[in-house]
Design a protein around this ligand. Structure first.
Ligand code: GDP
Length: 328
């Protein structure tokens, strides 16, 4: 058995070709939920959904989010309606008091659906409606995620990192904003002063069971994909007790994509593989790129860590397996 910790891009790229090395029936994927938002009353879980759609062979592999070839009839109509009515596109937060009443799962990350600021495809939206409906019927996010994974015929076990709400908040000179407002609404442009994980999440029993197995931290963003998991009570302690192999999302100080470097600097880590190793002091071994000469105090296996294709992912998965053998 093996457990992957995943955000919405780097680790899914690794999972895409990992089957030959880590059989899906023996693999659990614990997903970040700090990026989740409630939009128009529907809970959107971007990282869970990327893993769900990947496992169901439905993921849009150009964007690494959403369902391939999904239509956008509802989203188009929302924009047409807002334009016709002269309504600003937002992101439009609901009033303060409505951020803390009603559904507990949605606290601090609740946006109006007027001219929705995230593009949600029609089939994608059906997933959010079903998820929110089941939550409203009283099920936990863990149970709902299992139901959706069965519907998409996913062979891995997919677990949200917690059933409790967490909101990743980016502090900027213009004030605090939810990570999705920073990344989707402002294309990651604002200066970042700090990152906060709002909420008091506990680990679930299924997550703690999964973390008693060897763990792979894929090449995800250490601050906003893995950081929220470390803020969940019980997760970091569990990682210290089990063999952990981490794949760097950097080649020395070059990041493959996304805002990881900026966010790491903001929270006091060097934006590099060395900084990732500092952030992951619980990791027992690393997989680094062959071009990455970073000298670490833990075992390192090197390979080409570019994850463009399934065969790239297979190669990196084999390196992870070698590193795991060295520390298990
Ligand atoms: P997010 O939820 O979309 O932020 O996605 P993740 O946190 O899962 O992944 C983002 C990280 O993936 C970034 O820091 C990238 O550097 C890393 N990444 C993207 N493509 C590759 C790749 O081909 N190889 C490696 N090693 N890392 C990658």
């Amino acid at each position: 058995m093996v457990t992957f910790l995943s955000g919405g891009t780097g680790t899914p790229k690794l999972l895409r070709g990992a089957d030959g090395v880590f059989p899906p029936a023996e693999t659990t994927v614990v997903c970040n939920t700090g990026d989740d938002v409630e939009l128009a009353g529907h809970l959107v879980c971007p990282d869970v959904d990327t893993v769900l759609f990947l496992g169901g062979d439905e993921l849009d592999l150009d964007t690494w989010w959403g369902i391939a070839d999904d239509s956008t009839v509802t989203d188009d109509e929302l924009h047409a309606l807002a334009d016709a009515a002269g309504l600003d596109g937002g992101p439009r937060y609901l009033p303060d008091e409505q951020q803390t009443t009603g559904r507990r799962i949605a606290r601090w990350r609740r946006f109006s659906g007027v001219a929705e600021f995230m593009l949600i495809g029609d089939r994608d939206r059906a997933v959010h409606l079903t998820r929110t409906g089941l939550l409203d019927e009283g099920e936990s996010l863990t149970a709902v995620t299992r139901t959706l994974a069965d519907a998409f015929d996913v062979s891995w076990e997919i677990l949200p990192m917690s059933d409790d709400p967490v909101a990743s908040i980016v502090h900027t000179p213009e004030g605090p904003m939810h990570f999705q407002e920073f990344w989707v609404g402002h294309e990651g442009e604002p200066t970042v002063e700090d990152v906060e994980f709002r909420g008091e999440p506990d680990a679930t029993d299924p997550v703690l069971t999964a973390l008693s197995e060897p763990v792979v931290v894929g090449p995800s963003n250490p601050v906003t994909s893995i950081g929220p998991m470390l803020a969940v009570e019980g997760i970091e302690d569990a990682l210290r007790e089990t063999p952990v192999v981490a794949v760097s999302p950097f080649v020395e100080d070059e990041v493959f994509s996304g805002p990881a470097a900026k966010l790491m600097e903001a929270v006091g880590y060097d934006p590099s593989t060395a900084g990732v190793a500092d952030a992951y002091d619980f990791a027992d071994a690393f997989v680094l790129d062959t071009e990455d000469g970073t000298d670490l105090d833990r075992p390192v296996v090197r390979t080409d860590t570019e994850l463009g294709t399934e065969s790239d992912a297979r190669r990196v998965a084999e390196a992870v397996d070698d590193a795991m053998e060295a520390v298990s």
